[in-house]
Design a binder for this molecule. Structure first.
Ligand SMILES: [Zn+2]
Length: 354
């Protein structure tokens, strides 16, 4: 063989080796990407709303402050279709259904067309669903996840939506409005204490703990955290995963009343609940905890060395509110967002609607 032939063969061999190397690299990267995607796949979502919970409300939490465990943080723009300052119906609808609507409207867009909530879509995909709130189950924020009505005050119609589209499991107040027979016809087992709920192991459960709203914190003790524990115990039996909505409903009412100490107690309560849910996410990979507010209430500030709560309004304010994510997929939730973005973002992390 002459020198030229040998050098040509060497050149061809080098190209072949280079090509094999590139293909191998592609395959390896493809494989590791697939593995990472699988690890990022969210199976369970715990969606927590602190009603009226702005940044300074979170500053009232004493150590351990569980909000600080999240490294995925951003801001949510809360204005509604009709107002710079939203109410809880439009704010809840934006978070639940992904559409801006007019103040007072539940589960419909600004043209009064019903829109499915993230909870309803996930239920159709086979996930178990639940709600735990310290207010009555028909109140604006929990109702935004199951009801479709043009006015949040339409209690009778909202009740009918609860019977038709309500979550599999709920723990809340509202006994005065709820009709046990209608709940039973809708397939619910109706109980009036968490101890009774603890004896149930499957099926739909309505756990009603107050005539209207639950007592304020600290009077209601650890009821919300225990309610969350009971709800998760039932929901996690579904192999497809679960969606659990939790509301710290009375943070808002302490803001409306400009009651600093009550606000501090409500924030301690939601902080305990958040810590419990984050611990659950630590031990149950595939669980994402998402925390935000529908709006801020009270225009809170914490001036002086004592950081004594000072309020600038008895109403909601139009400021952006923080959001926090923790657990599987959390690193994909950061930045400044419209409050209507989260439904699609969370669903995409579950690889639904892609
Ligand atoms: Zn309010």
């Amino acid at each position: 063989m002459d020198k030229r032939k040998i050098s040509n063969i060497c050149f061809a061999a080098a190209i072949l080796l280079f090509a094999i190397g590139m293909i191998h690299k592609e395959w390896t990267e493809h494989d590791s990407k697939n593995t990472a995607e699988q690890q990022d796949k969210v199976k369970n979502i715990i969606f927590i709303i602190g009603d009226g919970m702005g940044a300074d409300q979170m500053n009232l939490v004493q150590a351990p402050n569980h909000f600080e465990r999240s490294h995925s943080i951003g801001f949510s723009k809360t204005y509604s279709a009709s107002n710079r300052v939203t109410d809880s119906a439009a704010g809840g609808t934006a978070l639940a259904c992904g559409v801006k609507t007019n103040n007072g409207v539940l589960g419909m867009n600004a043209d009064s067309v019903p829109v499915q909530s993230i909870m309803q879509e996930l239920r159709q995909s086979g996930l178990a669903t639940g709600e735990v709130a310290s207010c009555r189950i028909t109140h604006a924020t929990p109702a935004a996840f199951y009801a479709h009505q043009i006015n949040r005050g339409m209690d009778a119609e909202i009740l009918q939506d609860l019977y038709k589209y309500g979550p599999d499991v709920f723990v809340a107040g509202g006994n005065k409005l709820l009709v046990p027979d209608s709940l039973t016809q809708a397939g619910y087992q109706v109980v009036f204490s968490l101890d009774s709920m603890a004896t149930i192991n499957s099926g739909k459960v309505a756990c009603i703990l107050a005539e209207e709203d639950m007592p304020t914190s600290p009077m209601r003790g650890d009821t919300i955290r225990k309610g969350v524990e009971q709800a998760i115990r039932l929901l996690e039996k579904d192999e497809d995963g679960f969606f659990l909505f939790i509301e710290g409903s009375q943070i808002d009412w302490a803001g409306h009343g400009n009651e600093g100490e009550r606000l501090r107690a409500e924030m301690q309560d939601i902080n305990r609940v958040i810590g419990y849910c984050m611990d659950y996410a630590d031990t149950h990979p595939g669980t994402l905890v998402f925390i935000t507010a529908d709006h801020e209430t009270g225009g809170l500030s914490l001036p002086g060395e004592e950081m004594t709560p000072a309020f600038t309004t008895g109403q909601h304010s139009g400021v952006m509110v923080p959001f926090y994510a923790y657990g599987t997929g959390a690193n994909q939730l950061t930045g400044v967002h419209e409050n209507t973005d989260f439904k699609a973002l969370l669903l995409s992390l579950m690889r639904i609607n892609e």
